[in-house]
Ligand binder design. Structure first.
Ligand code: AMP
Ligand code: MG
Length: 415
């Protein structure tokens, strides 16, 4: 059965996904320890209640002094105090120096630090004295109060996903807990009578279920709580039952396979029976068919459904582009299509497709983009070899040296 409907552009599909997901925006907020907040999405700005650093401090081991007290190399100053990191010194008297260690607070009155490599410690009473062998410039080796963060600044914004360095920054302004959105709840199932689980001996006609692993990990990487319903057989009643079970407690249902128009493809009829379906054909390659809909539940609302095509590379790429858009939208994040990087092609491509194509590619040492030789949507090896996708417009041939648009996979996966 051939499907003759006009194709939707990916931009149009993205706009519809965003508009359709907006009413599902998550609102429940949780307070979590900053230790446990990796990957969570901030529900409020993190504002600093202090300057960072809180006071001027030294970035070198050496001597804090007044630059004006050292008009020439070889000047000798009495060492009047010693300031390790974590200690506060006394105001610096004119004509004296303070022995100081990296992170130590610069005492009032000092305006420069001379690194110990440019000084000679001279023994004597008390802390002795120091010969300064380089003429200092006022301000040198001093990290200024507030040079990283000013009191009141919003260091992390609402809607931002917390990275390891973001957790560090939150901690640096004293935030021991953070206000984050609850995690999205996503259900997952794979359709296909040919599917078996790794670990079982493969029976004739069967293949191992790879999409289950890819999708589960992608959903987890995006911060979801995943309910994995496993493999659902190619039967209407079983598919309907799986959709009903998934819709009961989840925000989103992601499935793979069964979205073509063959008589073994039950996802779309099942979705129509259990809710509403927008049956899309998108002008993209791989991943033309996509089932998008809403599945009823007994309680209020409905669960969003995205039925991805079953070929493993199609599954991977449509997840990144479609499910990623929905997950970002419901978490209040910018879900506009990633712009990609303009880079030079290290290959020729004469097989232009009528559809916008997402090709498995990677950067070479010269900073150009190479293409995986087999671009078939069943060849998952290509997605492992690649570190990005080329976003190639419809009908576009590519000659070596042309500029192409490169979407880094790491950015798409953690977008
Ligand atoms: P479908 O979209 O169900 O027509 O499947 C398209 C192709 O993808 C077929 O060759 C399926 O065997 C394959 N496929 C479907 N689901 C999976 C899966 N979970 N893991 C690996 N391959 C799959
Ligand atoms: Mg199938």
């Amino acid at each position: 059965m051939k499907d003759e409907r006009p194709l939707l552009t990916l931009d149009e599909a993205t706009a519809r996904l965003i508009a359709g997901a907006q009413p599902y925006a998550l609102t429940e907020v949780e307070t979590v320890s900053t230790f446990d907040a990796l990957g969570r999405v901030l529900a409020a700005d993190v504002c600093s209640t202090l300057d960072v650093p809180p006071e001027d401090n030294t970035s070198m081991d050496g001597y804090a002094l007044r630059a004006a007290d050292v008009p020439a190399a070889g000047t000798v100053l009495r060492v009047a105090q010693r300031i390790p990191a974590g200690h506060v010194g006394e105001p610096l008297l004119p004509g004296t120096a303070a022995r100081i260690f990296t992170g130590g607070q610069v005492p009032p009155g000092a305006d420069a630090v001379v690194m110990q490599e440019q000084c000679a410690a001279l023994p004597g009473d008390g802390l002795g004295s120091v010969r300064v062998d380089a003429v200092p410039r006022a301000g040198q080796w001093i990290r200024r109060r507030g040079e990283d963060v000013l009191h009141g600044a919003a260091v992390l914004k609402r809607g931002a996903r917390l990275t390891p360095q973001g957790l560090g920054l939150a901690a640096s302004v004293g935030a021991g807990t953070l206000s984050v959105l609850r995690r999205p709840r996503a259900a997952l199932f794979s359709t296909g009578d040919e599917l078996m689980m790794p670990g079982e001996p493969l029976r004739p006609g069967a293949i191992y279920n790879s999409n289950r692993y890819t999708l589960r990990a992608l959903l987890q990487a995006a911060g979801c709580i995943v309910t994995d319903l496993g493999i659902v057989p190619d039967r209407l009643d079983a598919t309907r039952a799986a959709l009903r079970e998934a819709a009961a407690v989840n925000d989103l249902i992601v499935t793979s396979g069964g979205v073509s128009v063959g008589e073994e493809d039950h996802l779309k009829p099942a979705a129509r029976a259990e809710g509403e379906l927008d049956d899309w054909q998108i002008a993209m390659k791989p991943g033309k068919p996509l089932a998008y809909g809403r599945i009823r539940r007994d309680g209020p609302g409905a669960a969003l459904l995205i039925g991805l095509p079953g070929n493993p590379v199609s599954t991977f790429i449509t997840h990144l582009l479609a499910v990623g858009t929905v997950l970002r939208t419901i978490q209040g994040m910018d879900a506009s299509f990633p712009p990609g990087l303009p880079l030079r092609a290290a290959f020729d491509w004469s097989k232009a497709d009528r559809r916008r194509e997402f090709m498995r590619a990677r950067l070479n040492a010269a900073g150009e983009v190479e293409l995986f030789p087999n671009q078939s949507s069943g060849v998952l090896t290509s997605a492992v070899w690649a570190d990005g996708l080329i976003d190639n417009p419809p009908g576009q041939v590519i000659a070596r040296g042309d500029t192409v648009r490169f979407l880094p996979l790491a950015e798409l996966i953690h977008r």
